[in-house]
Ligand binder design. Structure first.
Ligand SMILES: C[S@@+](CC[C@H](N)C(=O)[O-])C[C@H]1O[C@@H](n2cnc3c(N)ncnc32)[C@H](O)[C@@H]1O
Length: 266
């Protein structure tokens, strides 16, 4: 086996040991290793566009800053169908999508962002902390542009989720389990502050992977703005891979001020 494969294997073992603990590795690894769909090793996107989005990278391989590695999850791409299912459940009308910004926080190599940008969003943005993944995403974006497959403008940003600049207008924030509670809580606080200052339809789409504990519901309910609007799951041979949608639809209905159209469309 070539040296770089051995190094990758070692990095995955060290990461999994820390992320899910030795007991879960022991009890779930067999189920996981015999379930290709659960591992999300879906390479159709790359086969179609010639991009590089499939191979996972641990926080160490992705050269995340040392003080952020522990709270971060490893890079794994979203399954195309999961994002489709979440956007379908959210069911925002096209007119609202055209006014909305989609942000993938922890955008990695860009796959989910590219999938979103195939829809007519006003803008799409990926925020990624890893310079290694950011550089790969930039190369992938150049390839996607050659295919002319994107309907929305895309911006790739090298930055930390806790410093997110929240744009104006309707907003969809996509999180494919990028980090654990402390970072997620800081991010939600930023979103809540921005949306409370300028009320508009906002949704957080959260997908979580197979073996790690999902983020606590309390994280999304901080500040009393978001409530769970939908939940779903992709069922594979041995797992249920869940997702949830947190929106401010109910909160917005009680806010004096926003137009009736805003309230209706949220
Ligand atoms: C599971 S991957 C998701 C990739 C992508 N969103 C997708 O769905 O295809 C999580 C990503 O979050 C990034 N990440 C971790 N901590 C971060 C932080 N504090 N700020 C921004 N990105 C972060 C990781 O480097 C990794 O690329």
């Amino acid at each position: 086996m070539p040296m770089r494969h051995l190094r990758h294997l070692w990095s995955i073992i060290a990461y999994s040991w820390r992320a899910i603990g030795p007991r879960r590795i022991a009890t779930r690894l067999l189920a996981y290793s015999t379930d290709a769909a659960a591992r999300g090793a879906d390479s159709e996107f790359d086969a179609r566009f010639g991009t590089d989005t499939t191979t996972g990278l641990t926080p160490a391989e992705a050269a995340l800053p040392a003080d952020r590695r522990r709270g971060a999850t490893m890079y794994l791409p979203s399954m195309d169908d999961d994002l489709d299912a979440m956007l379908a459940a959210l069911a925002w009308p096209d007119e609202q999508i055209r006014r909305a910004t989609f942000i993938d926080v922890g955008s990695g190599k860009g796959r989910a962002l590219f999938l979103a940008a195939m829809r007519p969003f006003r803008a799409t943005r990926g925020v990624e902390l890893s310079p290694v993944l950011h550089a790969i995403a930039e190369r992938n974006l150049a390839i996607m542009r050659q295919h002319r497959a994107l309907a929305a403008p895309i911006e790739l940003e090298l930055g930390d989720a806790t410093a997110l600049t929240v744009p104006t207008g309707p907003l969809i924030v996509y999180l494919y389990h990028p980090f654990r509670e402390p970072i997620a809580a800081q991010l939600v606080d930023r979103i809540v502050a921005a949306v409370a200052a300028r009320p508009r339809p906002t949704a957080i789409l959260y997908g979580h992977p197979t073996l790690q504990r999902p983020l606590d519901e309390d994280v999304f309910c901080r500040g009393g703005l978001f409530r769970r609007q939908h939940a779903g799951a992709r069922v594979t041979r041995n797992f249920r891979i869940g997702w949830s949608i947190w929106s401010n639809q109910d909160w917005l209905a009680d806010v004096p001020g926003p137009t009736a159209a805003l309230r209706r469309s949220a």
